[in-house]
Every structure is written in structure tokens, then in C-alpha cells.
Design a protein around this ligand. Structure first.
Ligand code: DX5
Ligand code: ZN
Length: 224
């Protein structure tokens, strides 16, 4: 089943619990949390203390996207803070296999993320162990950027390979998703669709999340 994951990067941080409660009431079951260190990406966001506070105010699945250098150093901290799934960037890991296993060893779902310029082939050796693959559809660092259409080819490749080769990973997409392209990404094979500005940037985030979910689910129903 396709899920919409609102990214709190676009939310009003001064009233975060209200923002989260609104999308939760709309039927969302997962939240996407963007951690940025000002080194792997040019922006700085938040770390474990904020995630711990969010954990205390919601039972939603917390999907933590680490856009940081040497993420393995912090996996235990993010797991303890309350993450349910954690993704690390292939480009940031000298030892990707080890980082993914560290995440699984602390009982969390492990994801490998790839930037728009990184091919799926860079994940060949870990596809059989990952719980999910995160395809970045913008260059990471900022919300509100324009979707890069050619990244959909990687989603289709990942979808084809999991069917042909028997892998069980989910496919997540992140960046520039809105009501106009949510159907396309769902049809291409995405299971988890991240949406920041097109949820929390809208006047009514709950209605926006519901609309995105309906659009994505309807698109998969007509998948042939
Ligand atoms: C970008 C982040 C995204 C971001 C998406 O670096 O990883 O998760 O919050 O924001 P939108 O949906 O506005 O592109
Ligand atoms: Zn993200």
C-alpha cells in the first residue's frame, strides 16, 4: 500500500505537535524527519533531541533521513531518540554494508539513499539486505525544490529488479512531490512518498495529505 510521508522540514517548528496531530488525524501513518549537518548538505536542520520530543507526542512511524557525513557514528543516538526507520546516504558511507547492518542490529528498518547523480548500480551489493531504498528526486538539502523527472527511471529499475530478483525492499522517493506528480511516482513503483511543501506548505495540511494519498493510491489501482 502506498504511503504519504509528510516531511516536517516544511512545518511550523513553533507549533510542531499541532502540525503532526493534523496529519495524523488525516490518516497518515508515517512521518519523514530530515537530519542535515551543514557538511554532507549545505543546510542544517535538527538532531536527536527534536526527534525525541516528536516521539513523545506521536505514535506515528518516524522515518529518519540522515543527510550527514559518517552517519554510522550517530545511528545508536537516532535509534534511541525514537526512529523506526533510518536511511543513510550511499555517498556518505565508506562502509555502507556495515552502516545498514548497524541500523538493523538496533531493531530498526534500514534504508540506503541515493542522490540524483548516483546510479542504482551503486547499491548492487546491498539490495538484498536493505529494508528500503530512498531515491532522491532533488539534490538533498532543501525543501521546495523542483522534481527531477529522470530519477523516475531509477524507481522503475528498482521496481523491476525486486520483482525479477526476489528482493523485498520498499522504494521511497523524496523531493518535489505534489498532487501533479504523485500518481506518476506511485505508478513507477514507489511505496513511500515523501511530501514536505505540498503538505505543510499548504493552508490545510490534513486535506493536502489526504489528497496526495488518494491520488497515489488511485494511480496504483490502474497499474497494469
Ligand atoms: C530534501 C529533504 C526532503 C524535503 C522534501 O533534502 O530530504 O525530505 O523535506 O521537501 P519537498 O517535498 O518540499 O521537496
Ligand atoms: Zn528527506
Amino acid at each position: 500500500m502506498v504511503e504519504i510521508l509528510p516531511s516536517i522540514l516544511a512545518a511550523d517548528f513553533a507549533r510542531l505537535s499541532g502540525e503532526i496531530a493534523a496529519v495524523e488525524a488525516a490518516g497518515v501513518s508515517m512521518l519523514h524527519l530530515d537530519v542535515m549537518d551543514g557538511r554532507f548538505v549545505p543546510n542544517i536542520s535538527f538532531g536527536p533531541p527534536v526527534i525525541r520530543s516528536i516521539r513523545e507526542c506521536t505514535g506515528l512511524h518516524l522515518d529518519v533521513h540522515l543527510m550527514i557525513e559518517d552517519p554510522a557514528r550517530y545511528i545508536a543516538d537516532f535509534a534511541r531518540a525514537g526512529a523506526d526507520s533510518i536511511s543513510v546516504h550511499q555517498e556518505a558511507c565508506a562502509h555502507l554494508d556495515r552502516a545498514l547492518r548497524m541500523i538493523q542490529d538496533v531493531g530498526k528498518q534500514a534504508g540506503a539513499a541515493i542522490n540524483p547523480s548516483t546510479p542504482v548500480a551503486a547499491l548492487d551489493e546491498v539490495l538484498e539486505i536493505v529494508d528500503f531504498v530512498l531515491v532522491m528526486s532533488v539534490n538533498p538539502g532543501f525543501g521546495g525544490q523542483k522534481f527531477i523527472p529522470r530519477t523516475l527511471r531509477k524507481v522503475m529499475e528498482l521496481d523491476r529488479r525486486r520483482h525479477e530478483e526476489g528482493y523485498t525492499y520498499k522504494i521511497e522517493i523524496d523531493g518535489g512531490i505534489h498532487a501533479g506528480n504523485a500518481g506518476d511516482v506511485a505508478r513507477a513503483g514507489c511505496d513511500w512518498i515523501v511530501a514536505g511543501s505540498s503538505v505543510f506548505g499548504e493552508e490545510d495540511p490534513a486535506a493536502a495529505a489526504r489528497n496526495l494519498e488518494r491520488t497515489a493510491r488511485e494511480a496504483t489501482l490502474v497499474k497494469v
